[in-house]
Design a binder for this molecule. Structure first.
Ligand SMILES: [Zn+2]
Ligand SMILES: [Zn+2]
Length: 253
């Protein structure tokens, strides 16, 4: 049979429309894909129905594949885990990127996850913060000092600890010239304190050069008196708890 000739001849005799057995509509021939073997040269169903049927078939295949996979994983948990790990290891970068994209698309879910984590781990968080403060007693105090220094606006704010200044000054009080026991702690009048030689309130900077170690009591007696006499004076230290009643001790410095 001469296909070209007979097809052309047949097409000439075909009606202009065709009934689709899928959607049960009568549509123009152009709505159908061609199928050379069919008597009228067209598929049974219209293009739309063919497309839908294809999607349905692919979904069924995919579901069947997933189901097979699930069953295999249930029957071979060890091998399944190993396979997953292998796959993840090879895709670490992709996974990070895709999880990053997910987080960008779902900011509320991320926030909720963090909030619920914090809620269930509140004790853990608190304990960790407490442990950190115990191990780094200087840090919050230092942060507060630097904050005050920045607010005073006296130029550069250096980062250092009181302990560093004490070591530098060999634990000798810059005001009275007597030694300081670094083991004593606030509010013992003989405990260490950081003295700004020129007070922050008078334009002094929070710098190593403008700081010295001093007894708490000496520092407090000096206050922010800045007369040359006050700066030079060596105040005799009376190690007496009487100061506890005389002064109200500030929390820092
Ligand atoms: Zn149809
Ligand atoms: Zn002193």
């Amino acid at each position: 049979m001469d296909d070209g000739k007979s097809e052309a001849a047949e097409n000439d005799t075909q009606p202009a429309e065709k009934y689709c057995t899928g959607c049960e509509r009568t549509l123009p021939r152009s709505a159908f894909n061609r199928q050379a073997r069919a008597r009228d040269g067209l598929q049974w169903r219209c293009r739309e129905c063919e497309h839908a049927a294809g999607a349905e078939r692919r979904k069924k295949n995919r579901d069947a594949e997933l189901e097979r996979n699930r069953r295999w994983r249930a029957a071979n948990p060890e091998r399944a885990r190993a396979a997953t790990n292998r796959q993840y290891a090879g895709n670490a970068v992709n996974r990070r990127a895709s999880s990053q994209r997910w987080r960008e698309r779902n900011p509320e879910k991320v926030k909720a996850t963090f909030a619920s984590w914090r809620e269930t781990n509140a004790d853990h968080d608190r304990a960790r913060n407490r442990a950190y403060r115990l191990q780094n007693p200087e840090t919050p105090r230092e942060n507060a000092r630097r904050r005050r220094a920045r607010q005073a606006g006296n130029g550069e704010v250096e980062v250092f600890t009181r302990r560093e200044i004490g070591d530098r000054d060999n634990w000798v009080c810059g005001i009275c010239g007597l030694t300081i026991d670094p083991a004593l702690s606030w509010p013992d009048p003989q405990s260490q304190s950081l003295d700004h030689i020129i007070a922050l309130t008078r334009g002094g900077g929070h710098t190593r050069a403008n700081c010295r170690i001093a007894h708490l009591v000496c520092n407090m007696r000096k206050g922010n008196r800045q007369t040359p006499a006050a700066l030079a004076c060596r105040i005799p230290v009376t190690p007496s708890p009487i100061w506890l009643g005389v002064f109200s001790y500030p929390e820092a410095e």
